[in-house]
Design a protein around this ligand. Structure first.
Ligand code: EPS
Length: 399
């Protein structure tokens, strides 16, 4: 079973990810993981912290001479800000004077619920871990999964479709790889230049007002064979696993698959994707992704998943991120010690992290797809998985 855990506080020494269950023989290099780490750090609307951090991975276990061993892979991303926090965050008792103690819970953060739950009187003990800094470790773990998917022609893309009410309307039959290139060239990851500009203006406006903005992004996975996930049990459904992975990303408040909430106002005859047989590349001119098997659809309202299983079409997922709750414009709250009302003041914050969240979502989705891929085709080495996968492709060709 492919799985991962992360550890690390936002201003602690470093973040750690352990990936277990990756097969042997997978080429992994720090530079490929660093590329995703850098993509997560870019994006318009981030605060001062991003100019402190330049995330780089160190692989400390599970890889030898550029190839995975089949043993747990340990990935470390250092916090450069740590040097300013060594006393405050020291794992051993230090001369720290308690000056960074947090007793004022910020609305929208984990502070108060976590403080009550873990019986902490310094809310820093909660916020350090609930911080979205943790997502750097998830991106590192996701990069390993993405590398595995690469071996089998499965690609994970993302782009931003909305920020603070500025929406990019659907683009017909555009190719995912081209949309992705457009997103990579945009500071807000929106493939449309005009909308990108409007999004940047919206972020500027929010910043001037001491406010923050959320938004919507889309993740698309191409080259997924039919049959990942299963209809037979609730916790084996692919859409269920993907939704959970996406919802677990900090500040995500909703997830859609395919047409999603649009299905509520569309009749069934216009929702369900009709089935055709043949080679999609021949039968459907707009085709651009390899479709394993011989059945295909001309529409993809299902977002590539029916009955909890991939159907061979691209996976299409969307998620909404709430506006970052650390605001220069303070919201009312209550001090946990004095029980007095206060209005929070802050030192630094992001205004919008939707473009970064899209990259984190790519990692989360890549990991789930890789996990399901290994459930179906799993072996201990890449060679063994390849043999299993080739066998299955032959089988579905004859179906
Ligand atoms: C975050 C608050 C900010 C962000 C941080 C997430 O950090 P700080 O409190 O140090 O200014 O910059 O994000 C990252 C450090 C990152 O790498 O994405 C929060 O409270 O979630």
């Amino acid at each position: 079973m492919l799985r991962f855990l992360t550890a690390g506080e936002s201003h602690g020494k470093e973040l750690t990810a352990i990936v277990e269950g990756a097969p042997s023989g997978l080429p992994i290099s720090p530079s490929q993981i660093d590329a995703d780490l850098a993509r997560r750090q870019s994006g318009y609307g981030r605060g001062g912290r991003m100019s402190i951090e330049t995330d780089r991975v160190e692989i400390t276990a599970g890889v030898r001479h550029g190839l995975t061993l089949g043993s747990p892979i340990a990935l470390i991303v250092r916090n450069r800000d740590w040097e300013n926090w060594t006393e405050v965050m020291s794992p051993v008792p230090s001369t720290y004077d308690g000056s960074k103690t947090v007793t004022k819970p910020r609305p929208g953060h984990a502070d108060l619920s976590g403080g009550i739950k873990y019986d902490h009187r310094d809310l820093r003990n909660i916020l350090e871990r609930s911080s979205a800094r943790e997502t750097a470790a998830r991106v590192a773990a996701g990069a390993v999964a993405r590398r595995l998917l690469d071996e089998f022609g499965i690609k994970v893309y993302s782009w931003v479709t909305g920020i603070g009410g500025v929406e990019w309307k659907k683009r017909g039959e555009a190719r995912p790889d081209e949309l992705f290139d457009g997103a990579e060239a945009s500071v807000v990851r929106c493939p449309d230049k005009k909308t990108s500009k409007a999004m940047v203006s919206a972020i500027d406006l929010a910043k001037r007002a001491g406010d923050s903005l959320g938004g919507v992004f889309e993740v698309v996975v191409t080259g997924v064979p039919p049959g990942l996930g299963s209809h037979v049990q609730w916790d084996r459904k692919l859409d269920g696993s993907l939704a959970r992975a996406l919802m677990s990303i900090q500040a995500i408040k909703g997830v859609e698959v395919g047409i999603g909430f649009g299905a509520a106002s569309t009749p069934g005859s216009k929702v369900h994707d009709e089935i055709f047989h043949g080679r999609k590349t021949k039968a459907f001119k707009g085709s651009y992704w390899p479709v394993p098997g011989t059945f295909f659809r001309k529409t993809n309202n299902a977002g590539g998943i029916e009955g909890g299983m991939s159907n061979g079409e691209p996976l299409v997922l969307r998620a909404v991120m709430k506006p970052i709750p650390t605001l220069y414009k303070p919201l009312r709250s209550i001090d946990i010690v004095t029980k007095e009302p206060f209005k929070a003041s802050i030192e630094r914050s992001d205004v919008c992290a939707v473009p970064a969240a899209a990259i984190v979502a790519e990692a989360a989705v890549a990991f789930e797809v890789a996990r399901e891929f290994l459930v179906k085709f799993g072996g201990d080495s890449v060679v063994e998985i390849e043999r299993n996968y080739r066998g299955y492709l032959g089988q579905i060709e004859r179906y």
